[in-house]
Design a binder for this molecule. Sequence first.
Ligand code: ADP
Ligand code: MG
Ligand code: MG
Length: 884
Amino acid sequence: VQYVYRFGGGVSDGGKGDKNLLGGKGSNLAEMASIGLPVPPGFTISTAMCTRYYEEGESFPQSLRDEVANGIAHIEGVTGKRFGDAADPLLVSVRSGARVSMPGMMDTVLNLGLNDQTVEGLAAASGDDRFAWDSYRRFIQMYSDVVLELDHGAFEEALEIAKEDKGFTLDTELSADDWRALVAEYKGLVEEQWGKPFPQDVHDQLWGAIGAVFGSWQAERAKVYRRLNDIPHTWGTAVNVQAMVFGNMGDTSATGVAFTRDPSKGDNAYYGEFLINAQGEDVVAGIRTPQYLTKDAREAAGAKAASMEEAMPDAYAELAAVFDRLERHYRDMQDIEFTVQQGKLWMLQTRSGKRTAKAALKIAVDMAEEGLISQEEAVARVDPAALDQLLHPTLDPSAQRDVIAKGLPASPGAASGAAVFDSDTAEKRAAAGEAVILIRTETSPEDIHGMHAARGILTARGGMTSHAAVVARGMGRPCVSGAGGISIDAKAKVMRVGGGREVREGDVVTIDGATGEVMAGAVPTVQPELAGDFGTLMEWADKVRRLKVRANAETPLDARTAREFGAEGIGLCRTEHMFFEAERITAVRQMILAEDVDGRKAALERLLPEQRSDFVELFEVMAGLPVTIRLLDPPLHEFLPHEEAEFAEVASAAGVEVDVLKRRAAELHEFNPMLGHRGCRLGVTYPEIYEMQARAIFEAAIDVAEKSGAAPIPEIMIPLVATRRELELMKAVVDAAAKQVFAERGREIEYLVGTMIELPRAALMAGEIAEVGEFFSFGTNDLTQTTLGVSRDDAARFLTTYVERGIYPKDPFVSLDVEGVGQLIELAAERGRKTRDGIKLGICGEHGGDPASIAFCEKVGLDYVSASPYRVPIARLAAAQAAL
Ligand code: ADP
Ligand code: MG
Ligand code: MG
């Protein structure tokens, strides 16, 4: 096997397709050389060698020594210099380079090949003593740090003292003699710490450095970085050995880093920094303040020091030409390193540049408009998940922050408002026009109205899939959950944070759902930009996607937001959220507390107009579009009070004795509400509830049709069905209500009755269920709970460990368990279609907004996905990518 691949001087053994073998750096150096860019010659030792090195107890095979000798001969041939030559030595850099960049994780040694003899040769050949000794001291310092692993603090200190003694502040002020003296001191330090003199044999130096680069792959920090970024340990790193070019040969030499476009805003303008008379590491190390690349950038920043464009116009012009060449060749924004040696430009690295979500969007759209890439490629280039950052208000990055606590970044966006500690107060103050932040130890379904009224939600307990987090994401409210450092006394209306500080009701706080930070006072926010590049990319995405995208929404506000974001209907309208509204909850409770059917009907009679008006508003927003309405789903006890203090008030509002309320609450108590008396089980036992809801839907739809001419298409969805018979009974209730309303109003509208597939039995029996049901919507939240036997509310305690230990690749409530739950979906889709040709299939629940899950929905051929309003654009883009 071949382990060494050459580049430069008209040879390229590899190219940009060889990332796995040569690493990102090595393959791109070969590629740049092959398209004729000025690259110092060198060779790459492949990642396969790294793997073998570790397999063979950290040793090198003899064959590698021969190949490396050939590689060095290649560099010598191109440069005309010899490695270790005392008169005019070849110097090299030894650089690490994995498949993906691991910034700052791995090591590089520059100026290798210097020793007490060759440094004199370098000085003589270059005619520059100062440069030679500067290079030597750099080499000893780097080699001691990276290869010998000595304490680098001592070396830095020695340099600082040398400068202080002379009254200098800059490295560039030191003379050849100063460096010579420092080299002597450095060599002393090496002997003192290492117990041996600094290695003088250039081949020993080379093999030491190669071993150190391979060794850095297993360094603790590199392992941690790989774990955090899902990089397999088996990949290994490559080693690049390359002829040195010198940016530290006086004022006609320089080194710099650049992006071909602005990686933070995305503007099509060169962006970067350079330093005159310096070597690569100096720019990142912040030894001196770097100068701007372009005159425009310098002027915009009001800086004095000349830009590269002004100081080195020829080299700059050459660099600008290389930028354009690279962008056209790679068809992407590039992040590059370069060095100018006595006026001559050399390229040392290129790769596709990392960028912010905003820049990714702008660059993709611009490049497509410039004709560099196609619209489809632009669509494919933007990470849908990253859009999340762009769709919510964010904190003004230049604003002051007084951080008082930190929790989990549970739902993106930032918001400020008055602290409130219960949902009723949140609703009251919000109704009076005040911005509020709801602060709870944890939230429950009873807090929905408060969460809705609040600008943001903060909880002391609960993880990323806690009730607060899930509901907040659904509503598009920023949320910080599980802020462990705070303690909340809801009775006293106070939150205690560290350092003896308190937040009382009405005090203004700010939360940042993207970072998990909680701040005292109001921090200004900036609004998202939905037109412009965002709008353009969405248009292109819509052209390629097949899946329709709907929203989960129950309020007119959410429905409007969803339409602004491009939703094509509602995939899930949860009617219970309407029941929790302050004005209705009393009627809901009277219905629950009624002793018989007549009492229940009387209470439902009072709810009917309220429910109808909910639907009227929703249908007006969604006129002409499908709206899937799920009939009542949660167990009834969720609507009753749980705390002693509330009983009296609730009883009197509902017009019953406290004892009656307590007895009824006790009767309704369930050990396992998730698997209890809920979903269609409510409809089977209390059909009058579903009857009222169906009536409200039909009356509202006809109202809207009469008013505006465009009726929505209600898709009435029966939840938690396990058997065909359940659905049959419930469909009969709905159809009867339809018949009655149509007769009363003398008008008919189109509607469908279908079911949610959210129990494994329903998936298995989908063939039979489709005989009755006219559509399926996969309720993947419950389907995940019931298939995995994991309760979402209790999972936070162990799921993180499960993901860390590789039991599930990702939180199955965030990204669909395609392997397991996915099988049930495929099977149900297949059986459903067999019975009812072309049966409408969709997905609701959190997964409908998750790109990986959407890709699965495309594969199975569902008709639509439904996501929370703020995730609609993410779903549109993900659906487009899935179709490409
Ligand atoms: P990193 O991955 O940390 O950027 P690099 O291997 O790219 O490490 O090198 C570190 C610095 O040294 C960079 O600024 C690079 O441009 C510079 N450098 C590397 N090799 C050479 C060389 N042969 N000649 C001049 N400078 C070099
Ligand atoms: Mg680099
Ligand atoms: Mg459900």
